[in-house]
Design a protein around this ligand. Structure first.
Ligand SMILES: Cc1cc2nc3c(=O)[nH]c(=O)nc-3n(C[C@H](O)[C@H](O)[C@H](O)COP(=O)(O)O)c2cc1C
Ligand code: SF4
Length: 508
């Protein structure tokens, strides 16, 4: 039996049709009663109307939500719930370019047959029937870059690991997502868990990996449960374990709970914690692709990165390159929060204008309703909202100085927000999360806070000294946490201080 016939045979085993009523139960919507709505419908609906749960579609502002092909309003009396047919929700979803989030919220999060009915595992079937190198070539051709924050080309990382002679080669899926203001990987795992499994299997087959580990943030309980459940289903249906889809390819995915803390998302720290070692980064080189888990070559990829693979395989590299910008094709999932009217998760083409997307997907009347935007979390900085008019989302420093997109967290700050307080909070976070291994980060981040602690207002603060210290921390720290820990204060100096950088001998 070939792999496509295998899918058909599994689909034929489907004991029931996909549910006509889906309640979107995600970590956020649980806070506004989605789980209770699901339970209530399970009880009240007649046997002829099947109900199931999906993840959230990303229009978090409208939760709790229900996606239904039938009119079930009579069973929802007295319950506040939004239909996914609501014009605001439709507009929010339809204005996006959804690759990774395709089907998020409109297919069950636990029904593999529903996933298969939407072309699920067809990409893996194609990949398994061709030589591994062909998929690596396709990924190279697509120009896919990592979505965990560094935007490193995926095929280069893969080839680097493949060039080693080792018999063992590992894939680690980075689902740590400890950064404040970022909630997209959690969202992906809650909504389309089978897609992540399919993406990881494509990567494993293409790179001839011998093991896959999924490293999930220890507090992302729902993501963990959804993935655990999906892995179990895949095993029982022949999509994971020995002889996957009858192809002869054998591999499993081990799920691991993260050790806790922002620094655990840093790839070498993550590997240390899997090995039971201290929660601190390793010196590099060697890089994980040469010597990673158990000193063997290891490919670490972000959840969102891997979830692009099924789409690329099914639609081709050329179609992928038509989306986004020429240097970084494809989309980016943004976590939009703060002083906006419609907080949520939106997948948009790379190169989208920051101000325009804040207005459109943040549901604000004008970018001027915000004083500033905190982009990219504690490793990045804060820019005045007016600056966002000229910035587009993509890798590296968006403004050429101190503000990076990172994993895609964008937080709108209202006109009455004290931006200095925000910068203090970001710096405080870095100081708390510093693992303490190297002096510039351990001592420097604390000293930055002390220097900013002056309560008599920002005029009394020695911004020149702070700027110099921030630059030293960035330049001298050992890992990415410290190397970006100066960015919040550098951005404040660039945009919110009257004295601009360079005009006072290197101060900020
Ligand atoms: C302090 C710190 C935290 C990080 N946290 C994450 C994270 O939560 N998830 C992630 O995928 N990458 C994170 N990264 C980046 C990873 O080190 C690594 O670059 C990434 O997982 C590679 O995957 P990609 O190439 O698919 O983006 C972090 C980096 C640093 C320095
Ligand atoms: S930069 Fe900070 S987090 Fe990274 S090793 Fe040094 S002390 Fe630890």
């Amino acid at each position: 039996m070939n792999t496509l016939d295998f899918i058909t045979s599994v689909a034929n085993r489907a004991v029931k049709n996909p549910a006509e009523v889906l309640v979107q139960v995600g970590q956020c919507s649980m806070a506004v009663g989605s789980q209770e709505i699901y339970r209530s419908l399970e009880e009240k609906l007649p046997a002829s109307i099947a109900v199931d749960y999906s993840g959230c579609d990303g229009a978090c502002f409208a939760g709790p939500k229900i996606h239904s092909e039938k009119d079930v309003s009579e069973y929802l009396e007295g319950i506040r719930v939004t239909s996914t047919g609501d014009s605001n929700v439709r507009n929010y979803i339809d204005s996006q370019t959804r690759i990774v989030l395709e089907h998020a919220g409109n297919i069950s999060a636990s029904d593999i047959y529903g996933y298969i009915a939407n072309k699920g595992f067809s990409a893996l079937a194609n990949v398994l029937s061709q030589p591994p190198e062909q998929t690596v070539d396709m990924v190279e051709e697509s120009g896919l870059r990592g979505r965990g924050g560094a935007y490193f080309p995926v095929s280069i990382k893969w080839r680097s690991a493949m060039s080693t002679a080792s018999k063992e080669r590992h894939i680690v899926i980075n689902a740590e997502e400890g950064e404040p203001g970022v909630f997209k990987d959690r969202h992906v795992m809650e909504s389309v868990p089978f897609r992540l499994i399919e993406g990881a299997l494509i990567a494993a087959y293409a790179t001839k990996a011998t093991s896959i580990r999924l490293y999930v943030n220890a507090e992302a309980h729902l993501s963990y449960q959804r993935m655990l459940n999906a892995l179990e289903i895949c095993r029982s249906e022949g999509f994971l374990g020995p002889n996957i889809m009858g192809s002869g390819f054998t591999i499993d995915i081990e799920i691991i709970k993260g050790a806790g803390g922002y620094v655990c998302g840093e790839e070498s720290t993550l590997l240390n914690t899997i090995e039971g070692k201290r929660r601190e980064p390793r010196l590099r080189p060697p890089f994980p692709t040469e010597s990673g888990l158990n000193q063997q070559p290891t490919i670490i990829n972000n959840v969102e990165t891997l979830c692009n693979l099924p789409w690329i395989v099914l639609n081709g590299a050329d179609e992928f390159k038509k989306i986004g910008d020429s240097d970084t094709p494809g989309t980016k999932i943004l976590s939009i929060s703060g002083s906006v009217n419609t907080p949520g998760v939106a997948e948009l083409p790379m190169g989208s204008n920051l101000a325009e997307l804040m207005v459109k997907f943040g549901g604000i009347s004008s970018i001027n309703t915000l004083s500033a935007i905190a982009v990219g979390g504690p490793s990045s900085g804060v820019i005045p909202s007016s600056e966002s008019l000229n910035l587009s989302i993509g890798p590296g420093f968006l403004d050429g100085k101190s503000v990076m997109l990172g994993a895609g967290g964008v937080i709108g700050l209202s006109q009455d927000t004290n931006v200095l307080e925000v910068v203090r909070k970001l710096s405080e976070y870095n100081a708390k999360e510093s693992c303490g291994k190297c002096t510039p980060c351990r001592e420097g981040t604390t000293r930055l806070l002390e220097l900013m602690a002056n309560d008599s207002g920002d005029d009394a603060i020695d911004w020149n000294g702070i700027g110099q210290l921030a630059e030293v921390i960035n330049a001298a720290s050992l890992c990415g946490l410290g190397q970006a820990a100066g960015n919040p204060v550098l951005s404040y100096g660039s945009y919110f201080q009257e004295v601009s950088p360079g005009s006072q001998g290197g101060g900020i």
